[in-house]
Design a protein around this ligand. Structure first.
Ligand code: FES
Length: 387
């Protein structure tokens, strides 16, 4: 017993004495080449998530009396990141001294992105959209965020037959979804109900007709015009029943708030589960107030401090943009959390149905300036924007 203990102790000592020379020999056998500065995973992550990109407007095409198609490429010549059809990008620009931005659904397909091409459809409604429609010219450069958003198909959640309901410019994400289906990147079948005022306000008609040759079913619904080949009126449940089995599809809606409310009422009797109806988020708008007050908003961005006017009917984000303060934002609808900022003092209200903050954020005083309106003088701390 004692002899065994002594033997093991001796062997351990021997191994210990050889530890350093063995290690030195192993190191000497290794490659002298320096470790790579970047691994393939890092390269892929950067391609998929470039953060913000500098882009150039390469073409502009009139689609309807008030809607244009804008085509962009990346200034650095790289491909746009691959995305999920239905997602959006946010464009940012300095217009007459104001730093403005707005999210737009992508019209082109994820495969187009790999060829350094990204297409948007913009309707003249709002300060920045009016600028894009009426003034922006090919050659002009903009800042664009990477594609984002939850408005896309999910195999585990959604039925294989999806019903897309578009109102006006809300057609844009469905073009991308239909192209992605045609290119074999999505597994669903689409029936598209496209509501427009009249035939002249139907955008992307040639593209939709071409996609209809490859499996897309389109039902055009005109509210103000009666014409052969078109449904007339609104997109009611009775109309949808003519084309689809409402209980056996997933719905994707993109259009004005009034359309969401109308379709919600139409679908209510079917008692569909919440997950069966997806709505694309719309930007938070100005409040309709008779005589809005103006308060003082103090904004901290790192060590910089700005004091600016903030109107009661405008979000804090709009007030900052008007004063050319760089404030991060993407969805402008309270959902992405990208504008997440620290509240320091003052009264405020959050737009109805837009409070996307987590419980902890509410508890520890964080706000989303894109959906927050001031009710008194306020002070907030905003994170710096990406370079
Ligand atoms: S920009 Fe998305 S939550 Fe404010």
């Amino acid at each position: 017993m004692n002899f065994k203990k002594q033997m093991f102790g001796f062997m351990d000592m021997l191994r210990f004495k050889k530890l350093v020379p063995n290690r030195q020999a192993a190191l000497a056998k290794g490659s002298a080449a320096p470790l790579p500065k970047e691994y393939r995973t890092n390269v892929l992550a950067r391609q998929l998530h470039p953060g913000v990109m500098q882009v150039k407007l390469t073409a502009k095409r009139q689609l309807t009396p008030d809607m244009v198609e804008l085509t962009f490429c990346r200034v650095d010549g790289d491909a746009f990141p691959f995305f999920r059809a239905g997602q959006y990008v946010s464009i940012q620009h300095n217009v007459n001294g104001s730093l403005v931005s707005r999210p737009y659904s992508i019209v082109s397909s994820p495969r187009d992105a790999l060829a350094n091409k990204l297409v948007l459809g913009v309707v003249a409604a709002g300060f920045f959209s009016n600028y894009l429609v009426n003034e922006a010219q090919p050659g002009e450069q903009f800042t664009m965020t990477e594609p984002s958003g939850e408005f896309h198909y999910e195999t585990l959640r959604d039925k294989s037959h999806i019903v897309c309901i578009a109102g006006g410019s809300g057609i844009t994400p469905f073009l991308s979804m239909a192209k992605s289906m045609q290119e074999g990147d999505e597994p669903y079948q689409i029936t598209l109900f496209y509501g427009a005022r009249d035939e002249a306000h139907i955008a992307f008609r040639p593209e939709l007709d071409a996609l209809a040759q490859h499996g897309l079913r389109v039902v055009y619904v005109l509210s103000d015009e009666q014409k052969t080949g078109y449904e007339h009126g609104f997109i009611t449940a009775a109309l949808m029943e003519k084309y689809v089995d409402i209980r056996n599809v997933s719905f994707f809606l993109c259009g004005p708030k009034a359309m969401y409310e109308f379709v919600n009422k139409e679908l209510a009797p079917y008692l569909l589960p919440v997950k069966a109806v997806h709505k694309d988020a719309t930007c938070c708008q100005d409040l309709q107030l008779d005589s809005p007050r103006t308060f003082q908003l103090t904004v901290h961005v790192r060590s910089d401090v700005y004091t600016i006017p903030a109107r009661e009917n405008e979000t804090l984000l709009v007030a900052m943009e008007r004063a050319a303060i760089p404030a991060p934002n993407k969805c402008r609808a309270g959902g992405c959390g990208y504008c997440h900022s620290k509240w320091l003092s003052g009264e405020f209200q959050v737009a109805e149905g837009r409070d996307g903050r987590r419980e902890a954020d509410r508890k520890f005083g964080f706000i989303h300036p894109c959906v927050t309106y001031p009710l008194s003088d306020m002070e907030i701390d905003v994170p710096p924007t990406e370079a």
